[in-house]
Design a binder for this molecule. Structure first.
Ligand SMILES: Cc1ncc(C[n+]2csc(CCOP(=O)(O)OP(=O)(O)O)c2C)c(N)n1
Length: 334
């Protein structure tokens, strides 16, 4: 295995963030099974290198617009873990004050515009943010995150076309986890590899190993420098795998156990841990301590969120947030 190019501190930070994302998803699954979380939830277990590699390469003031599979990237961008758990538990301490749940978390303080259950709907919004950033002559970029399934939606194509024509500072971040619900992407999409969609919209497009955090980090950095130079959007496809089912009730009958086992060998956290061990960057006891610290932190934040889960918005507080004010009262604070 090749050496790492990250410093020891950066390696530790990368692993710490990936572990937090993984343990967050594990805890979420357990809270779901125990009936504490209602509705549905989409876990991104196995996609941590894509989420963390992206966020580590971004500047704090670069914006992201995640998908329905949003927990990991939301945490990697800086959200409070307590507030993310609280959102799923429906309390007013949640990122969206408990009104959104698993699929609708927004975190403006960390330049995260929020996610939506409507597949492909975040991409026009990411272009809107990019349009604004361009108008104020900011060097920041906007990242529209989407899956392979979403690439067949018209909103994605319209967004790419307009972003290219207007040279918007937007990174189209395509997390190809090989499936859209039960549909294998190679059975449903007329093109492979998917990053070649970029050609149709006259923008640079390339792909990288989405389970190798350093590869993702470097590919995102390369894309960002192209975008920041003012030449418009870039499409980056990261190749990864969704280890769990699409959502909570998915029995995964559409794929084989052998396929899953093969991908588990390429688990992004396992790959990075092995790399760090082989290159003498983290000793076994340091790794154990880091895992323990991350696990304790997640447990503690989940407990804290659980203990306050019944502190909910009143109906009138909720109405004040959900319904638009009448004309004349509206204040925009972007
Ligand atoms: C407009 C729209 N169509 C269909 C759905 C149902 N749906 C929810 S997730 C999903 C699959 C999305 O696949 P992909 O974009 O690859 O993302 P992934 O779930 O793999 O992360 C579908 C079809 C939806 N939520 N919105």
């Amino acid at each position: 295995m090749s050496g790492t190019v990250f410093s020891k501190d950066k390696c530790t930070e990368a692993l710490r963030l990936m572990l937090l994302c993984r343990y967050f998803e594990n805890k979420t699954e357990s809270l779901f099974t125990q009936g504490f979380i209602h509705g549905t939830t989409h876990l991104s277990t196995g996609q941590e290198a894509a989420e963390v590699g992206l966020c580590m390469a971004l500047d704090e003031e670069d914006w992201i617009v995640p998908t329905h599979r949003c927990h990991g990237v939301t945490i990697a961008k800086g959200a409070s873990v307590f507030s993310a758990f609280s959102e799923m538990l429906g309390s007013k301490h949640g990122l969206s004050k408990g009104l959104g749940g698993s699929m609708h978390m927004s975190d403006k303080a960390h330049c995260n515009l929020g996610s939506s259950a409507v597949v492909g709907s975040g991409i026009p919004m990411a272009c809107g943010v990019a349009f604004y950033l361009k108008r104020i002559r900011s060097k920041n970029v906007s990242v529209g995150i989407f899956g392979d399934g979403a690439t067949s939606r018209g909103s994605i194509h319209e967004s790419m076309n307009l972003a290219s024509i207007w040279k918007l500072p937007v990174l189209f971040f395509l997390e190809n986890n090989l499936y859209g619900m039960s549909a294998k992407s190679t059975d449903m999409i007329s093109l492979s590899p998917l990053y070649k969609r970029a050609q149709a919209y006259s923008m640079p497009g390339f792909s990288t190993d989405g389970n190798d955090i350093e590869a993702v980090y470097h590919a995102v950095s390369e894309a960002l420098s192209l975008i920041r130079s003012g030449n418009g959007p870039v499409l980056l496809e990261v190749l990864t795998y969704r280890q769990k089912g699409h959502s909570k009730n998915d029995k995964r009958v559409y794929r084989s156990a052998e396929e899953e086992q093969e991908w588990l060998k390429r688990d992004p956290i396992l790959l990075f841990e092995n790399k760090l061990a082989e290159n003498g960057i983290l000793r076994e006891e340091e790794l154990r301590a880091l895992k323990e610290e991350c696990l304790c932190f997640i447990e503690k934040e989940a407990e804290r969120a659980l203990s306050r889960k019944d502190e909910r918005l009143s109906i009138s507080e909720m109405e004040g947030l959900v319904f638009a004010k009448s004309v004349g009262e509206v204040q925009y604070d972007i």
